[in-house]
Design a protein around this ligand. Structure first.
Ligand SMILES: NC(=O)c1ccc[n+]([C@@H]2O[C@H](COP(=O)([O-])OP(=O)(O)OC[C@H]3O[C@@H](n4cnc5c(N)ncnc54)[C@H](O)[C@@H]3O)[C@@H](O)[C@H]2O)c1
Length: 372
């Protein structure tokens, strides 16, 4: 198969959908890899590094014109719509439910659009979303530590403390992928860490994982208001799949926090779990409410594009190899998680949630496979 990797053109996006090790794996599988010149630069990957693994550097026109499978990170933008070709497979983050215009463009172009975010294992795990939650979770404490310094508007706290001065207190709301990764870094810094969740099994897992060194608390408004009074750093890490994040930290609770404490609400991409949070950008990440520093960056992985690129492609590559190796129909027949990723198939909307958001009936994938 001919696999194409265009440079990402969305503002601020520095990731790339394939690394040199991925290019080598595809070339070893006898596939042809076309990488747009400069596609890896944002992630500090030079063109020569792809060429050394057997990839061909090409213009953006050639990548889109020749590739049967296009690998991207973000959804196609309007200027990319005319480049898509009927029958081409597009494998990328899409988030189509709130983007009807993009969905229509994909339908009109007759591509097969497979969304990273809906690739789903039995039991509901989302393997192509998890790596970015790992990055954001680990980064949340690193960013929180930075903004706790006085020069950045914080309380002037060293989270690790020093002999004779206690460490900082970190509260993590939600013990999923983001929360556990935040707790790991917080513990590594030597901070005093509490984590809250409504799911007792998650709290049991945290207790086992960190050998009781993290305080686990069931999440309710009583416990949240208690822990927030002591917190130097709050990490919002709650998710109710597919829904807006529940607002668990009210304005009054924020007012009760210490002056100069920091809130990093990672869940801001789902609306946020703190009443006073709103989305901010990497260039202007924080603002103050009641003396509390609020950090609401919705694309935190973009701060560390190199790590994020490798983390993302480690997770996507096995699916890419299967698609390229078996061809589309056999790959989605054999791989149920990948089949869940199919959102649009040559004009038909396949994913039920996307179909509902677009007000269209969903066409089941098996029906389309029978016809193909
Ligand atoms: N800002 C960014 O750059 C960025 C990057 C990656 C992920 N995220 C977001 O971070 C959020 C968390 O993602 P995740 O992968 O950790 O999700 P996850 O599903 O792994 O974990 C979410 C956790 O929240 C818990 N939860 C649900 N309701 C709760 C409540 N009332 N109180 C306490 N806990 C509750 C769940 O039990 C679960 O353990 C999502 O909104 C995700 O989109 C943001």
């Amino acid at each position: 198969m001919i696999v194409g990797v265009p440079r990402e053109i969305k503002s601020g996006e520095q990731r790339v959908a394939l690394t040199p090790p991925g290019a080598r794996a595809l070339v070893e599988g006898k596939h042809r890899v076309l990488v747009e010149q400069g596609a890896g630069l944002g992630s500090s990957i030079r063109d020569e590094e792809y060429a050394r693994e057997g990839a061909t550097l090409a213009s953006v026109e050639d990548v889109w014109k020749q590739a049967e499978l296009i690998l991207k990170v973000k959804e196609p933008l309007a200027e990319e719509y005319p480049r898509m070709r009927a029958g081409q497979i597009l494998f990328t983050y899409l988030h189509l439910a709130p983007a009807p215009e993009l969905a229509r463009a994909l339908q009109a172009a007759e591509v097969v659009a497979i969304a990273y975010e809906t690739v789903e294992r039995p039991g509901g795990a989302l393997p192509l979303l998890a790596p970015m939650s790992e990055v954001a979770g680990r980064l949340s404490v690193q960013e929180g530590a930075f903004f706790l310094t006085k020069a950045r508007g914080g309380r002037g706290i060293l989270l690790a403390g020093v002999p004779g001065v206690p460490p900082g207190n970190i509260v993590v709301l939600g013990a999923g992928t983001v929360g556990i990764n935040a707790a790991r870094i917080a513990l590594g810094l030597g901070a005093d860490v509490s984590i809250l969740d409504i799911n007792l099994d998650r709290l049991r897992a945290v207790d086992d994982l960190f050998h009781g060194r993290v305080i686990t608390l069931v999440s309710n408004s009583f416990n949240i208001s208690q822990v927030l009074r002591r917190a130097d750093l709050l990490v919002g890490a709650v998710l109710v799949t597919g829904a807006l994040a529940p607002v668990l930290v009210t304005k009054e609770m924020v007012t009760s926090m210490k002056e100069g404490s920091v809130i990093v609400d990672v869940a801001v991409d789902q609306g946020g779990t703190v009443e006073t949070i709103h989305p901010t950008t990497l260039h202007d990440p924080t603002y103050l409410v009641s003396g509390v520093v609020h950090y609401g960056v919705a694309n935190m992985p973009a701060l560390v594009p190199r790590t994020s690129t490798f983390a993302l492609t480690n997770a996507t590559l096995p699916y890419v190899l299967e698609l390229a190796g078996k061809g589309l129909a056999a790959a989605v027949r054999d791989n149920a998680p990948l089949a869940k990723g199919v959102n649009i198939w040559r004009g038909r909307v396949v994913h039920p949630a996307v179909a509902e958001a677009l007000g269209e009936p969903a066409t089941p994938l098996p029906t389309l496979l029978e016809r193909s």
